[in-house]
Ligand binder design. Structure first.
Ligand code: PLP
Length: 398
């Protein structure tokens, strides 16, 4: 038998973390890494944050799991707090981002069903989108690498170029349920929706009775220096998928909705064995205790500006490799010139400079540190990045 016990769907690298502390990860042999990947925008509070660790330990000792058939004081309290920080009136807890997206798709379809329009089932989504790996989520993206071999996919999706409002509006027809879009595309290359695009989608939804579904699994929950990325646009969605930072390492997600948009989600329409169990909610509460404390989001915004300014200053020093910086807050992308490859550069930083980042589409290196970084970490990151650029052999070099 040659197959590994772990199904071999990931190109796993040689970094094998066994311990984390703040902004650092440690490998099996004590190797230390500066973690500016944060589990791909998950470890918002870094590793081993004492408040989160204690909340999980205390709750595990008190009550870990009960069925959603019972009343949930823990779920009610966390839902109330999240709803109060957002556009939403209600939410459903999931265990992951893709399940939150799945619930968002179902909520959108049920809305039109409840309105007596079951034919309005098609969500218009966007090129380069990433919504996760369930059948619904891969059907919602037109990236062949996610879809190949999994056909037949779910019907009910149409695809337009990202940031092309006219093309999106062109696709509206009698079957349209709404738009589903990442406010800032993550995997696609840290591409922010333009103000004209996101606001235009909102306007079209209002004009045509459609729903605006935002996927803020990666860009939400404090990552951009605001609690939600949509706040930068002066609009609100009808439905939104959230995960990653919400549990800061504990598997938790949520599908948020307005009362109107959730009108079809009545008893029996959806469910989850684990979603929002007491342990998950304790983690979620602890994250919010930290994130909603005065000054936390301002700190994220300030660190984001520091980091961006430092990157911009550094780019001309490494002209053959670095092109430009993109993104918002602590969701930043460093676009490389064609002469370099994001994937191999990320591997180089990891293997030779103890720095963790993530490659994304459009030849971009994603920079997603824990939201608790301090100025000293920015300095250390820039030093490692700069050293990495100096020692990186371009593809084709001897
Ligand atoms: N949506 C977006 C925008 C994401 O970035 C991701 C994961 O990277 C997902 C959905 C899927 O989340 P998960 O991997 O938790 O299912």
């Amino acid at each position: 038998m040659t197959i590994t016990a772990l199904m071999p769907v990931y190109p796993r690298c040689d970094v094998r973390p066994v311990r984390g502390e703040g902004v650092y990860l440690y490998g099996e042999h004590g190797e230390r890494y500066l973690d500016f990947a944060a589990g791909i925008a998950v470890n918002a509070l870094g590793h081993g944050h004492p408040h989160l660790v204690k909340a999980i330990a205390d709750q595990a000792a008190t009550l870990m799991h009960v069925s959603n058939l019972y009343g949930s004081p823990q779920g009610e309290a966390l839902a109330r707090r999240i709803v109060d920080t957002s556009f939403a009136d209600t939410l459903f807890f999931t265990n992951s981002g893709t399940e939150a997206v799945e619930c968002a798709i179902k909520t959108a379809r049920r809305y039109h069903h409840a309105n007596g329009n079951p034919d309005r089932h098609t969500l218009i989504t966007f090129n380069n989108a990433f919504h996760g790996r369930t059948m619904g989520a891969i059907s919602a993206t037109n990236q062949p690498k996610m879809r190949n071999g999994f056909e037949p996919l779910l019907p009910g999706f149409a695809y337009a170029p990202f940031n092309d409002l006219a093309a999106a509006l062109e696709l509206i027809d009698d079957h349209s349920a709404g738009f589903m879009v990442e406010t800032i595309q993550g995997e696609g290359g840290v591409s922010a929706g333009t103000s004209e695009f996101i606001r235009g989608l909102r306007r079209a939804c209002d004009e045509h009775g459609l729903l605006l579904v935002l996927d803020e699994v990666q860009c939400g929950y404090g990552r951009t220096g605001r609690m939600w990325a949509y706040e930068h646009y002066g609009i609100t969605p009808d439905i939104m998928a959230v995960a990653k930072g919400i549990g800061a390492g504990f598997p938790l997600g949520a599908c948020l909705a307005t009362e109107e948009a959730a009108k079809g989600m009545v008893i029996g329409t959806h469910g989850s064995t684990y979603g929002g169990n007491p342990l998950a909610c304790a983690a979620g509460m602890a994250v919010l205790d930290v994130m909603l404390a005065p000054g936390f989001l301002d700190h994220v915004a300030a660190m984001g500006e520091r980091l961006r300014a430092a990157l911009e200053q550094m780019i001309p020093n490494h002209d053959p490799i670095f092109d430009s910086v993109r993104g918002t807050g602590l969701m930043l992308g460093l676009k490389l010139k064609d002469s370099a490859e994001a994937r191999s550069f990320v591997a180089h930083l990891r293997d030779h400079h103890g720095l963790l980042t993530v490659a994304a589409g459009e030849n971009v290196v994603r920079i997603l540190p824990p939201l608790v970084i301090e100025e000293a970490h920015v300095g250390e990151f820039i030093q490692k990045l700069s050293d990495g650029a100096r020692t990186y052999a371009m593809p084709g070099d001897e």
